[in-house]
Design a protein around this ligand. Structure first.
Ligand code: PGA
Length: 250
């Protein structure tokens, strides 16, 4: 049986390594106790080198980056390469998060370059897609998938994960309705089958993100049929995060 993929996006939190270690260890214990889930922690880069030393001991417990460069090395001040993340022990990397699209003007073209660089380094990219309030969800998903996955071939698409994160749902407490989440899954699948052979497109994991809490987490998994969750704010609240993990168990 496929494990539910639960990715914790800590964003620019917490403030200290000690706090990060506490949250990390609690999540690791939860990964050991909940074999139905694969749990991926995406902390700020600065904590990765330390946390990676404590990764062992739970087989379904991984680290990921929140972003990466589209180059593997060189004169790119302030950037972190996918190869560096991989060498450090990361398995995943979030790419195209709406906060980076909005605040840092990341374009679909930049995101596509990052996806290809991450795949080349052996990471699994988590491509975030989703509409802003008032935008046409169908058009946005179509464009973000088509542009984001340009030149990603049939062989490499197996390592891609798509996270549907409507921008208006992120950090707002207004999680997406079941019906809208189902529509988004269908749209993502339809667009993937335009780009790839059906048997490959169907294997791509689809996650939901945006105000996930213990009150709604199980609905996206059990009712909507999502393969997992991308959890922001609630992943830093250890008791809430544990409830989310537990609630997705069958
Ligand atoms: P949220 O964030 O769970 O705090 O809404 C999700 C995300 O930004 O990935």
């Amino acid at each position: 049986m496929n494990k539910i993929l639960i990715i914790a996006n800590w964003k620019m939190n917490p403030q200290t390594l000690n706090e990060a270690k506490v949250i990390f260890e609690i999540a690791k214990k939860a990964a050991k106790e909940n074999q139905n889930a694969e749990i991926v922690i995406c902390p700020p880069f600065i904590f990765l080198a330390d946390l990676t030393k404590h990764l062992k001991g739970a087989s379904s417990f991984q680290l990921g980056g929140q972003n990466c460069s589209w180059e593997q090395q060189g004169a790119y001040t302030g950037e972190i390469s996918p190869l560096m993340l991989k060498t450090l022990g990361c398995s995943y990397v979030i790419i195209g998060h709406s906060e980076r699209r909005c605040f840092l003007n990341e374009t679909d073209e930049m995101i596509n370059k990052k996806i290809k660089a991450a795949l080349k380094a052996g990471l699994k990219p988590v491509l975030c897609v989703g509409e802003k309030e008032g935008e046409d969800v169908g058009l946005v998903i179509e464009r973000q998938l088509k542009e984001g996955l340009k030149e990603v071939d049939d062989v490499r698409v197996k390592n891609i994960i798509i996270a549907y994160e409507p921008v208006w749902a992120i950090g707002s407490g207004r999680a997406c309705s079941t019906d809208d989440a189902m529509k988004a899954v269908l749209l993502i699948k339809k667009n993937l089958t335009k780009l790839y052979a059906r048997n490959l497109a169907e294997k791509v994991k689809i996650l939901y993100g945006g105000s996930v809490s213990s009150k709604n987490a199980d609905v996206y998994i059990k009712k909507v049929g999502m393969d997992g969750l991308l959890v922001g704010g609630a992943s830093l609240n250890t008791s809430e995060f544990l409830r989310i993990i537990k609630s997705t168990g069958l």
